[in-house]
Design a protein around this ligand. Structure first.
Ligand SMILES: Nc1ncnc2c1ncn2[C@@H]1O[C@H](COP(=O)(O)OP(=O)(O)OP(=O)(O)O)[C@@H](O)[C@H]1O
Length: 500
């Protein structure tokens, strides 16, 4: 058991000694210091939870020392020991953050009582802090923003997973798409919500430590194992274990995780007996697990086991409709965090944001908003401080897109979703002609496929091709030109899910 540590600071040797004996017997780890300088030294070496501090010391004033203690360790509980005549300074000590004070000569029982009470208070404070943090995490993580069709689908999947208590869930998606958020949402909405959610990032922990992180170890199980330690499968009992970046989990460990799923048991490193595991495993990765299975870099048996319930998260570029609500959400959160009053972004800024590909997904969007809010002090955020890539990508696509107004700058255009109308106007017919060309390009000239992409019948497509004078035979060359040509950026924006 970890003992609470008490540092006694008193120059009267007899008092220090008798206190030390009494508190050691009571189960505390105790050290003494006879002067201010020794006390400061021990504060960093011994790292006490509490100090009993005499107000009068040979080389220091107890109140100054109290202030120095608190500066070095805000959490330290300090009980002042003072001669009866010194009640005034005791009151000052309380104001400076001391927990309590006790007059000299003191009764050992009374002192024990004061110390126990102070530890109880400290424990309560710690618990309260813990629950506050958890609550904050819970409410923060509950907020998955988005109302695009794919997000609505995602909410349904989360509900199904939460309600059914499926033993394993696999979340797949690029970095920053919200995999952890989804894992927490499943946990928070499940019957396991009151039990812990314990996560481990398999890519961040060296192979040698991962086993102990997951399953724990007995004292002496390996050279550095000085104490027994519980792993996350034990800590999350009754709750959820979130294995992030499971694609990076070493092969040997994959076998052990599979065993836990199959047998619902595991063993601490160096232990003789198995422990029961009642946990739900949620795994996530941005990697292509089926490809890894083919290349024998991921165990097929574990993949099939995990893949029973599988949640794919779409990249942000495939759900640009969600960008305005995400932007507003991040502005509100950052307003709270930084005490700001930003109201929103200008139409031009929104055009840039919805036109960008967001390789880092929602995380990158959040960072972009944070950066702009830090650098700009107006209530409506302009594009001035957006990153160069965001502006460049948008402007390139803009200039190359509709060929209608090659001089139209993004600043004078109006955009909604991924459609942009330059100030010079736009020809709807020309746009239609280009969309048909693009559809054909992407489908490699296959009219049935192109008609599907354009959500029209094959006959309609043929009719329109004829209308625009696109002969079937000459199309192939035209599409080839486009592939290498300027319109591929536009295709990327308009059919992001089809163009790699
Ligand atoms: N739909 C969403 N609504 C609100 N915030 C989101 C959403 N998706 C992601 N975020 C935010 O984006 C950031 C990244 O999310 P998260 O860590 O869950 O992504 P991830 O897919 O687990 O990333 P990685 O694979 O890099 O660990 C977090 O700040 C998260 O709060």
């Amino acid at each position: 058991m970890e003992h609470n540590r008490i540092l006694i600071v008193d120059d009267e040797k007899l008092i220090s000694w008798s206190l030390s004996v009494m508190l050691s017997k009571a189960g505390y780890a105790v050290e003494t210091a006879a002067s201010g300088s020794e006390a400061i030294n021990k504060l960093s070496l011994f790292k006490p939870d509490m100090a009993l501090l005499d107000i009068r010391l040979p080389d220091a004033d107890g109140l100054d020392l109290l202030q120095q203690f608190k500066l070095r360790d805000e959490e330290l509980s300090v009980i002042m020991i003072t001669a009866n005549a010194d009640v005034d300074s005791a009151v000052r000590a309380l104001k400076l953050g001391a927990e309590d004070y006790i007059g000299k000569p003191f009764n050992m029982e009374a002192l024990r009582h004061v110390i126990d009470k102070a530890f109880e208070k400290r424990q309560l404070r710690e618990k309260l802090d813990f629950f506050r943090k958890e609550l904050r995490k819970k409410t923060e993580h509950d907020k998955l923003v988005g109302n695009s069709a794919s997000m609505v689908n995602l909410f349904k999947m989360i509900k199904v997973c939460a309600d059914t208590d499926a033993k394993t869930v696999l979340i797949l998606g690029e970095s920053g798409t919200g995999k952890e958020l989804v894992a927490r949402a499943i946990h928070n909405h499940s019957a396991r919500a009151e039990a812990p959610f314990a996560e481990v990032n398999c890519a961040a922990i060296p192979e040698t430590l991962l086993e102990s992180e997951l399953f724990g170890h007995e004292k002496g199980a390996y050279t550095d194992a000085s104490k027994r330690r519980k792993g996350i499968f034990e800590l999350a009992e009754g709750g959820t274990v979130f294995l992030d970046e499971i694609g990076d989990m070493p092969f040997s460990m994959q076998a052990k995780v599979l065993k836990v799923i199959e047998t619902k048991r595991f063993r601490r490193l160096g232990a003789e007996e198995d422990i029961q595991a009642d946990v739900r495993i949620i795994a996530a990765t941005h990697q292509d697990l089926p490809a890894m299975v083919k290349e024998r870099r991921f165990r097929g048996d574990l993949f099939y086991r995990l893949n029973v319930m599988n949640i794919p998260l779409p990249p942000l570029r495939e759900r640009t409709d969600d960008i305005p609500s995400l932007v507003q959400y991040f502005i509100e959160r950052l307003n709270e965090e930084y005490g700001r009053r930003v109201e929103g972004v200008s139409p031009e800024t929104m055009a840039y944001l919805t036109g960008y590909g967001w390789p880092g997904n929602v995380r990158e969007l959040r960072n972009a908003i944070e950066r702009t809010m830090m650098l700009e002090h107006s209530r409506i955020l302009t594009p001035v401080f957006l990153n160069a890539e965001i502006k460049q990508q948008y402007e390139t696509a803009q200039n190359k897109s509709l060929h209608v107004d090659s001089h139209a700058s993004a600043q004078h255009s109006f955009a909604r979703g991924h459609i942009t109308i330059p100030t010079g106007g736009i020809s709807l017919e020309e746009l239609e002609r280009q969309l048909i060309r693009m559809g054909l390009e992407i489908s490699g000239g296959n009219q049935t496929k192109a008609a599907k992409y354009l959500k029209m019948s094959r006959d309609t497509l043929r009719y329109r091709m004829k209308k625009f004078g696109m002969s079937e035979s000459s199309q192939k060359d035209e599409w080839c030109d486009m592939k290498t040509g300027e319109d591929s950026a536009v295709s990327q924006r308009l059919f992001p899910h089809l163009v790699s």
